[in-house]
Design a protein around this ligand. Structure first.
Ligand code: FES
Length: 104
């Protein structure tokens, strides 16, 4: 198994009560894992209160709405390979609805 150590900037609307929360999730060795896969695993296995954009019908870099800041750079969560250690933040701190979910 391969572990991913993830720090997520969580907050309320417009960045209120901003804080960092750490998670570790595991995937089988050799599995191709995206940032979105990691977020889904955290939501499913550890923390269903985590908010992020998930478009079940896309997940292939088509809708462009799953943007998230990964180690400081804005990426599409469904396309960006997960890093073993990464910091995830909202792509636009002025448009936060909650956690990683932003108004478009
Ligand atoms: S889910 Fe549509 S671009 Fe990522």
């Amino acid at each position: 198994m391969k572990e991913y150590h993830v720090t997520v900037r969580r907050s309320g609307p417009d960045g209120a009560d901003s804080r960092l929360q750490e998670y570790t999730v595991s995937f089988p060795d050799g599995e191709i894992v995206s940032v979105l896969n990691v977020l889904e695993a955290i939501y499913r296995e550890q923390d269903p209160t985590l908010a992020f954009f998930d478009h079940a019908a896309c997940r292939q870099a088509a809708c462009g709405k799953c943007m998230v800041r990964v180690d400081g750079a804005v990426k599409l969560a469904c396309k960006e390979p997960a890093h073993e250690t990464m910091l995830l933040e909202p792509y636009n701190s002025a448009r936060v609805v909650r956690d990683l979910l932003c108004r478009s």
